[in-house]
Design a protein around this ligand. Sequence first.
Ligand SMILES: [Mg+2]
Length: 429
Amino acid sequence: MRIVDIRESTVPIEADMSNAFINFSKMTVSVLAIVTDEVRDGKPVVGYGFNSNGRYAQGGLLRERLVPRVLKAAPDSLIGEHGDLDPERIWRTAMRDEKPCGHGDRAVAMGVVDMAARDLAAKLADLPLHRLLSERARDPRTPEAPKEQVWVYAAGGYYYPGRGVEALQAEMLSYVELGYRTVKMKIGGAPLAEVRRRIEAVLEVLPDGCDLAVDANGRFELDEALAYADALSAYPLRWYEEAGDPLDHEALRLLAERYDGPLATGENLLSFAEARNLIRYGGLRPDRDILQLDPALSYGLTEFRRTVAMLFNSGWNPDRCVPHGGHQFNLSIAAAYHLRGCESYPGILTPFGGFADECPIEDGHVRLPDAPGIGLERKAPLSRPPPRRRPRACGAPTAAPRRAGPGRRRLAAPPRAAGSGRRWRRRGR
Ligand SMILES: [Mg+2]
């Protein structure tokens, strides 16, 4: 068994929406396909990966450094103890001669490679990824059996040109209609008085049993983060997310001293070492706060396994983790490592984000798939031939069939639905 080709493509996933820090009108992702000479049902086994959401495509790093190292490796050097291509050997090969630190775009690129290698390994083992991880890559301190259902929440509430509060209410209710019980909206992209009006408008229409989280996307300096903390304390929020710079742990520590409710952060920490610094110096509270580390953006599961061990050793339970990203890879990891849940972006950041079509949302939970692999290509937008773009070959000549990446797609508008309303209740400080 050997890898015969690795193909990558940069695909736009643009949308005319913004959070408090960036606009998504030029957003792209890298998509990677690892093609093997193993044939099942008349087709070569192929592992697919992409670089989660919110970070741009990393084609240069993939084509110039990471992928050529894997293609040039002796085939036997990539075979693990189970006789299959081993994701952790592929990871070490791709990262050869890379100095420590400098996390950022390289962590994103490596996450793509790791996701594709994990998808490949699960297909070769004929298992869905979450079950393979429980068998072969589980931390000894996590339960033996994976979760078969994972709690998910709907992340939306972006700023769109010309969209008012009524449209925001309708968007949030549409997520409830889809089966979500927790929704999230952006803050920090408007003056505080307007932010409060938007929050109160959403709380007014959410049905009983549903709750709301808010996300500032790292927009605030400390003074503003604290002012928002005081204002947000009036509302029964699920959490207050990423108030300030992701690496300003001193500011986060001071915020945690001021704000009693749950804080959430971590999606922009792109390595084990950065996650460890957060735990060491961020002042977060293991009994209530949420860690949103995204394995797909931070060197993949191979690195995240070190983070899981670090959390256990630091007195944290991985149950405090709710990964950023909203895709099938992080969902599988959440199931295997018994994380609290997983983010979701219903109707946006498609076609790679979201969950497999055979797994509907029910009462705030999504069921894990039974099919081998991760399931990216089984999502309806990707399974419809013919593709309209050819991926760029990364190097080695191949006799394998040419596979094309997904075509250019525009984002669908978030689904709309009407819903019943209720009054939000102020939370005492
Ligand atoms: Mg966020």
